[in-house]
Design a protein around this ligand. Structure first.
Ligand code: FAD
Length: 431
């Protein structure tokens, strides 16, 4: 049997159950990834800014090198994913397609459409807790995170063991090798001084080893996680998780090893707590499908958004609002592709509650820029901040002045990013 393995949000060889199943089932495997084209696809070229595209290409480059080391190769296709995958499967004479299950509505739809054309097996691998290990049906998913956490932690969290990388078969001799591809170079002038994330599985592990063993940042995570400037106030695992260069399970088991080696404390637990938030938004997405993207989100009784104002939206994007703490965060996002969690909460709250903007267009701006863009986490968090998601509180408006005094008391963060924003304004093309 010859199979096509379609890499999606899982650009790694280790702990990849779908890849494992594919390599164990098929005698021959052809590997592909699609860079979607057109505004309709999430993560398409048109919906991705410079920084995310760069991270993606680096991750693909690293993945290709790993496959080449096994005598195989990665075919990078560009276009409509349904056409690209089904055409390439036929052309390369594959009988079956395998891929990792995606959880957002559009990505699931894409997988289903391919399954109408060819046998297509999707296998879970992107959550900490395997959906079938949940002790309740997803239709009974608690509508508040704390209740979800209590339920999954009751009797001990069940996280499956990680899988070693599978034996990768070499490329069938009848198929010509993929063309080599280049990683586009960064806009040096803009990004040299800032955080630069390197895509790829081994770069992800390097970051993990730095944060865990080298600096032991994990032991103080709970105290530092609301930081704004620098590399080590939080794990920075999100880009590697979003592209699947690291699995959530691998991080979990690395935390457990760390606890055995150095000791467990509330910080080591808190990183697991955050990974549960990530799972929660995935389960919320499975449960709500395309309803996630309604203007009133998951709250049909919420007032409809009626006063979206394009000028106010543009000022928010460009970091030109009346609030410099928000502006500084927006400059960081545009110039690096990253923003801290504290920054995201404030920028999002200000957009929705102070400027009265439609959360969807603002979420799309985040999508364009974030290296770690993840449809479930982005939409889930935007809904949460907008008060339209899984939140018992009716209003989650942040007092941004208070937040700036609390989290940036000396103004170092705001000063730094306001200066960078002036040096590289949006209209100059600084992404
Ligand atoms: C408006 C808004 C939009 C967001 N969009 C995204 C997104 O597109 N992609 C994304 O990965 N995260 C998103 N987040 C969540 C969070 O801000 C980032 O995961 C976090 O800042 C990434 O930095 P880190 O890896 O250092 O996080 P850490 O604090 O070190 O946390 C470790 C990991 O836990 C997970 N995590 C932490 N907080 C959250 C959360 N609130 N929701 C879901 N997962 C979480 C992430 O995978 C993260 O990498 C968003 C938050 C807000 C408020």
């Amino acid at each position: 049997m010859r199979a096509l393995y379609w890499f999606r949000e899982d650009l790694r060889l280790q702990d990849n159950p779908a890849l494992q199943a594919c390599c164990e089932t098929a005698d021959e495997v052809v590997f592909a990834f699609v860079v979607p084209e057109g505004k309709k696809w999430s993560r398409s070229q048109e919906r991705s800014g410079l920084h995310r595209r760069q991270f993606m290409w680096e991750s693909l480059f690293a993945l290709n090198a790993s496959l080449e080391a096994h005598g195989n190769t990665l075919f990078v296709l560009e276009g409509d994913p349904v056409e690209c995958i089904s055409d390439w499967a036929r052309e390369s004479e594959c009988d079956h397609i395998f891929s990792q299950t995606c959880h957002s509505h559009d990505e699931k739809e894409t997988a289903n459409r391919i399954a109408e054309l060819m046998p297509h097996t999707c296998i879970e691998g992107n959550t900490l807790i395997h959906p079938s290990d949940l002790t309740f049906d997803l239709s009974d998913l608690p509508d508040v995170f704390s209740r979800f956490r209590n339920r999954v932690e009751k009797g001990g969290l069940k996280v499956r063991e990680v899988q070693e990388g599978p034996k990768i078969p070499s490329l069938p001799s009848s198929i010509p090798r993929a063309k080599a591809f280049l990683v586009p170079s960064r806009k040096q002038a803009v990004s040299d001084k800032f955080l630069q994330f390197q895509g790829g599985e081994s770069a992800g592990w390097k970051r993990l080893n730095h944060y865990f063993d080298s600096t032991r940042g994990l032991s103080t995570y709970k105290q530092t996680r609301n930081g704004l400037l620098g590399w080590d106030y939080s794990s920075k695992f999100s880009p590697w998780l979003a592209w699947g260069c690291l699995s959530s399970r691998s991080i979990y088991h690395a935390i457990r090893r760390y606890e055995e080696k150095f000791s467990a404390n509330e910080s080591t637990y808190w990183l697991i707590f955050e990974l549960l938030w990530r799972d929660y938004f995935r389960f919320v997405s499975i449960q709500n499908g395309r309803n996630m993207w309604r203007s009133f989100g998951l709250k049909p009784d919420a007032p409809r958004i009626s006063n979206h104002d394009e000028d106010r939206f543009q000022s928010w994007c460009a970091g030109l609002t009346k609030n410099d703490f928000v502006n500084a965060n927006m400059h960081e996002l545009r110039l690096t592709g990253f923003m801290s969690n504290r920054g995201r909460q404030n920028a999002a709250s200000y957009a929705v509650h102070d400027l009265g903007l439609d959360w969807r267009i603002c979420a799309a701006w985040f999508e364009y820029h974030l290296i770690d863009f993840d449809p479930c986490s982005n939409t889930g968090n935007w809904l949460y901040v907008a008060g339209l998601g899984n939140d018992p509180r009716p209003q989650r408006r942040f007092d941004v002045e208070w937040q700036a005094n609390q989290y940036d008391p000396e103004g170092d963060f705001t000063r730094f990013w306001m200066e960078q924003g002036q040096d590289f304004p949006l209209e100059s093309g600084g992404e």
